[in-house]
Write a protein of this length. Structure first.
Length: 228
């Protein structure tokens, strides 16, 4: 029984000694003596490794006894290896200096060219969203006296009620306030600016044949109030 207890004690002592080895080092540039943050440090043949902190310090715990090969690698620098025997005679952190790779890597030349031509805004193709046909009839029948339902389901358009009494609503396009939206009926502008909500009240959905929505800078062709 005593021999078994003695063997167990020796085994525990061996495991404890195995796990007590700690390697500490500081990685710096050999020329500038500046710490190399992010240097990869690993012990070859094991799964142990770490990365240098902002001061270039590295710490690896639970290093096995015996000879170990420690590798240091950093982008733009030569890979360095140190062979040490654990346990170390000194517990002080060692200083590791890495040399630059010595050759610069030139990136390939990139040439960017572009052409520019002068064109007036009225000659530039404009994207127009059209609501017509069955979709227009369906929305108009769902709520015949209110055009907001028709516009609210279009991409990038929001209708916001500004008065609970009169039912005024403003149209917001691409996140801009309703005062930047111009409402035109048969080529003639309705209320705009801060009174833009009144323009919706003048439009009966059942009278519409189609609705066209123009977004962006091209909308300014239809009036100064059309910015969205």
């Amino acid at each position: 029984m005593k021999k078994m207890m003695l063997a167990m004690a020796l085994l525990l002592f061996t495991v404890s000694a195995f796990a007590q080895n700690t390697y500490k080092a500081t990685v710096k540039d050999a020329k500038t003596n500046q710490p190399l943050t992010g240097t990869t440090v690993k012990i070859l043949g094991t799964t142990l490794g770490t990365v240098a902190d902002s001061l270039g310090n590295v710490t690896i715990s639970n290093v096995p006894n015996g000879k170990q090969v420690i590798q240091f690698s950093y982008v733009g620098y030569q890979v360095k290896t140190d062979t040490l025997t654990f346990p170390l005679s000194s517990g002080n952190a060692s200083q590791v200096l890495l040399e630059p790779s010595g050759h610069d890597e030139d990136l390939g030349e990139v040439m960017i060219s572009a052409t520019r031509s002068s064109r007036t805004i009225d000659n530039i193709p404009t994207r127009v969203e059209v609501i017509a046909g069955e979709e227009l009839d369906e929305k108009a029948n769902m709520k015949p006296g209110d055009i907001r339902l028709l516009l609210a389901e279009s991409t990038g358009i929001q209708t916001q009620q500004t008065s609970a009494t009169s039912g005024n609503s403003s149209i917001r396009i691409q996140g801009l306030d309703g005062k930047y939206t111009q409402i035109i009926r048969d080529g003639f502008p309705l209320y705009s600016g801060f009174s833009g909500g009144l323009g919706l009240l003048q439009i009966a959905p059942l009278d519409l044949q189609q609705v066209e929505v123009i977004k962006g800078s091209s909308s300014t062709l239809y009036g100064g109030g059309a910015i969205a």
